[in-house]
Design a protein around this ligand. Structure first.
Ligand SMILES: C[S@@+](CC[C@H](N)C(=O)[O-])C[C@H]1O[C@@H](n2cnc3c(N)ncnc32)[C@H](O)[C@@H]1O
Length: 264
């Protein structure tokens, strides 16, 4: 059950896509009152050492974040670039922020942060990393954890659903969970990340999104042939209940990444 460890994929093209769109969304929401509740069902360890043997073994960061920075794909004032610069100033140039760290940087002290992680070692890292912060970290199933705490106070908020998809059933489960959660917490914006695979397992997720009664928008990137590996041919992000006014900025970020990738 616990064979997946995100350190092998930290800073990959998939992370870059997910984290750049997440940063745009969070910066947009944090610019307005009232405060937010931010949840992650699958938090990972929150901080990744790109010089660690596991990260070096796959070399995914080289094609992902390191290549993005080298090619200056996103402007310096993009929220992802600014959050990355803040993170690197605090932790050093070899470290890469997981989604919980990006959220901590981009959100405000009065926003509530809740991170769920089930893997014992990943949770240990996560707990230590956020020990002196106001974030709540829980070693529990992310779906059950978010469900139990919903609707939260404050009710304005976001849930990132970012599983490892080790089980094929997870593709439809993410969307089913988003639908169920929306019946309990209708104000929530729900963000689902998914891999696009040579095997095509993500079709179940796309079908579930098409059937869903929730409003949604999806951004998918295809990787050029020379950077596809491990059966991964692209990456997708679906947002349910997209906040009014942010779609244009999300489209613009996605387009910059897409143009860059197609030119590689
Ligand atoms: C893709 S990684 C998360 C990456 C992280 N969101 C980021 O972008 O930095 C998925 C994580 O989910 C954890 N996990 C798997 N099943 C889980 C579950 N049912 N509840 C909570 N965490 C789970 C894995 O241990 C892994 O650390």
């Amino acid at each position: 059950m616990f064979s997946y460890q995100h350190i092998y994929h930290a800073g990959s093209l998939a992370d870059v896509h997910k984290h750049a769109l997440l940063a745009v969304l969070l910066e947009y929401l944090a610019a307005k009152e009232p405060a937010l509740s931010y949840f992650e069902t699958h938090a990972g360890r929150g901080v990744y050492d790109l010089s660690a043997p596991e990260a070096k073994k796959t070399g995914e960061a080289k094609l992902g974040i390191l290549s993005l920075l080298k090619d200056r794909v996103l402007p310096k004032d993009h929220p992802f670039m600014r959050a990355l610069a803040t993170f690197v100033r605090a932790h050093g140039p070899k470290m890469y922020p997981g989604s919980p760290s990006l959220a901590q940087i981009l959100l405000r002290p009065d926003d509530a942060l809740h991170f769920m992680e089930l893997h014992p070692q990943e949770f240990d890292h996560l707990r230590r990393h956020f020990a002196h912060s106001h974030a709540h970290v829980s070693k529990r199933d992310g779906y059950q954890g978010v469900w139990a705490l919903s609707p939260p106070t404050p009710r304005r908020g976001v849930v990132l659903i970012d599983p490892s998809y080790e089980d094929k059933g997870e593709y439809a489960r993410t969307v089913d969970f988003a639908e169920d959660l929306a019946t309990r917490w209708c104000e929530a914006t729900l963000m689902v990340w998914y891999p696009v695979l040579r095997a095509g397992h993500e079709a179940a997720l796309r079908q579930a999104v098409a059937r869903s009664t929730l409003s949604s928008k999806t951004w998918e990137l295809s990787f050029p042939a020379k950077v596809t590996g491990y059966g991964l041919t692209g990456t997708g992000v679906t947002l349910f209940n997209v906040p009014t006014g942010v779609e244009e900025s999300l489209n613009a970020t996605h387009a910059l990444l897409d143009t860059w990738l197609q030119g590689l």
